[in-house]
Ligand binder design. Sequence first.
Ligand SMILES: [Zn+2]
Length: 336
Amino acid sequence: MNTNKFFKGFIWFTWFMSIFACTEPAKKQSDKSMENMQAYQQVSPAFNSDSAYNMVQRQVDFGPRICNSDAHTACGIYLAQEFKKLADEVIEQKGIVKNFDGKNLNIKNIIASFNPAASKRILICTHWDTRPYADQDANPANHNKPILAADDAASGVAVMLEIARLLKSVKVNIGVDLICFDAEDLGKSEHGGESYCLGSQYWSRNKHKPGYKAEYGILLDMVGAYNAHFIWEGYSVKYAEPVLRKVWDQAIQLGYSNYFYYLQGGAITDDHYYVNTLGGIPTIDIIHYSETSDTHFAPHWHTLNDNMSVIDRNTLKAVGQTLLEVIYKESGAAVQ
Ligand SMILES: [Zn+2]
């Protein structure tokens, strides 16, 4: 994603007062959440974090998944095969887009659908390509080396695969679309925000089905690392605040207040920006924010350290279980 916008927009923070008292510390938020959890009856099947962790590993084992590379092609085939085992319908949307350097990129968006005929639909999405250059690495000698991208964004794909596994075994009566966008992470800020998110721009202009609509969308980006914090990203607030509230409230009810904070951050040009502005679907971004790093992203972001060592099953579980609960509540279905 493009960080320029993020830095420009990241000029103030405020605690939202609607649920917790202003400046109420995180510990209190956690206590409140524990009370909620004790009284709360979960309706969704249990998210298996080992299964999700293994799916991160499987993607990392391909090496960097950079557009136009053999590893990218092989991983794309693998992911489509995995989703085909689970979903009612899988569409592999292939296209050619131009990189900022003028080169053509062969891209593939993978769309896995449950209940494709249902009119009420929810969209969950992430990107599956990986950044070709570790340009945030502390060592400048690594700036042109590709990253393994366990968190950014094999973690998002892994969470979606585990959701797909559960949706296959415990049915819902609404439509759910899981989209893996390609070519999110080749951009450079000096070439503008539109140099990022090429796959989601392509999909937003050319939906996999004419007239495709979802009630709302949820984007996952870096949802698998230790100490992940998720805050209210600026474009998510602008275009889909009720969805943010729904998802964060759900996370707190499940006891995940150590991950989900009612804290406003800056706007980030990520795939959800184009799904909102070009695709017309109100969509939020669940993205790892860090109070301590200079970039405001996780310390491993766009460095060679984005490998399996940063992946935490507990974070995958917090995000995955929250999404499952949102989906099963929308469906009105109980666990069978
Ligand atoms: Zn990235």
